[in-house]
Design a protein around this ligand. Sequence first.
Ligand code: FAD
Ligand code: NAP
Length: 515
Amino acid sequence: MALPLRGSPARWARVWRSRLAGARGLAAASYQYDLLVLGGGSGGLACAKEAAKFGKKVAVLDYVDPSPKGTKWGLGGTCVNVGCIPKKLMHQAALFGGAIKDARHYGWNIPQPVHHDWSKMAQAVQNYVKSLNWGHRLQLHDKKVKYFNLKGSFVDGHTVRGLTKSGKESKITAANILLATGGRPQYPENVPGAVEYGITSDDVFWLKEPPGKTLVVGASYVSLECAGFLTGLGIDATAMVRSIPLRGFDQQMATLVTDYMKSHGTRFLWKCTPTKVEKVEKGRLRVTWKNLESGKKEDGTFDTVMWAVGRAPETTSLNLEKVGVKLNTQSGKIIVDSLEATSVPHIYAVGDITEGRPELTPTAIAAGKLLAQRLFNKSTEKMEYDNVATTVFTPLEYSCVGLSEEEALEKYGKDHIEVYHAYYKPLEFTVTDRDASQCYIKMVCLRAGEQPILGLHFIGPNAGEVIQGFTLGIKCGATYSQLLKTVGIHPTTAEEVIKLHITKRSGLDATVTGC
Ligand code: FAD
Ligand code: NAP
């Protein structure tokens, strides 16, 4: 209701300032917390800790429903427990297998045969993950963020019901609520035996014994990374690809990634999709699949079947309908704007549950932190989701930032882009005579003028470490001309980026020769 203005504007400004302050005081006083975070993973913890820095009263609810196989874990979310961390450590364990073989060429006498002990590796990885769970609890405690091991769902816009494992209920109120409940692996629909006999990435890192001959179904990050490290650990692993590998990535690079995996022992079933899993003799699993090219039914026997067929956002148990938070009905993800705001004022969302965002830990963390700064520290800075670098930790790593060649072609047209590329041999591959056919770099630039860099793609050892630094340049608008002025660090694989000079258009051999 508009009030008639009497008195000077300055007096009214004072009155309104005091009314607003009163309203804010009332709001803060009438809720238990300034910020309540649902989900103690990458995004939720980052936001909670940042908000606490500004002296706000913050609480985090985190609850893990065990996987259908009964695997459960502690505070920290997907990345810490069943994602990035155990995955990278097992990838590292697999790389050591290759390093042992290489070491012989450098004079190390290593008795044969070398045997990998899965149980020992798993125990070490799991102990480290548990130490991170504990570390997260300590950090929350130190920052005075209240942690509840409760499963949250909405009662009303400012009230959340928390349930303990035993079903005990409590209610918590807050002025602002952040949804950061992440996602969980999906099981395929209409595949009898899928849930009963299969595992997912929620289980593989917590297996106490080696999985034996394994079929990994899917062809994206999770599938290829897991099939890759299993192969590297000496396990017979097969990846089942329904259509293309690494959908959304530059397809030339994706093919090189799978070519390398093949040459290093991972088996591939191309253009196949599973139809049935059954238990046969000695606890083994017979998987039946359809070959989409021949239309024929085929089968094979495995010890373990791992589904890596995508992830579903954890939005169904939150009672979002009650408060009117809008979802994309197809993906089940929460619709947010550039401020991470949902359709309901004072309810926000970050990370894997949000529509159209990359499903990556650093983006969830950055979005969470920036949100806290906007809410409680008068910041106006938004999360920038363009030029986010990522790495696929396959046996030969693939890292990239910016546009794929296909995306650049579609956006700018063939005549307006220039692609520089090189096949290179990492120095460490030379003495061991390792095949470097898939060590490849591609830089996609605009063709005109200084040639701004649109995308950079790198396949080779430590790809993530190489791309991280270049990301800064690309974020700052680096051009190919500027790159040419950079002096390389010799001898490294990253210097091969600096040396790129052959264009795809020229048709010249892109193999690097000499130093
Ligand atoms: P999460 O980290 O998933 O946290 C959500 C938390 O909320 C969980 O603890 C969940 O149990 C809890 N929760 C759910 N519902 C409720 C509820 N109702 N009440 C209370 N708590 C609830 N990203 C990378 O950047 N690099 C990598 O190398 C990488 N590797 C990956 C490997 C695998 C196998 C997988 C599966 C993912 C990987 N990711 C990687 C992706 C990364 O893990 C996620 O993008 C990131 O963890 C998302 O963070 P988040 O905060 O959205 O959710
Ligand atoms: P995803 O990217 O959604 O890929 C799902 C894969 O499963 C696709 O290859 C898909 O094939 C296949 N698939 C689906 N149904 C199938 C079926 N019935 N039969 C055979 N194949 C089937 O899922 P994801 O690999 O689980 O990864 C989820 C997200 O986690 C990623 O987007 C990524 O952001 C994040 N992540 C990041 C990292 C990292 O940073 N290194 C690592 C792992 C995960 P089609 O292409 O034919 O649909």
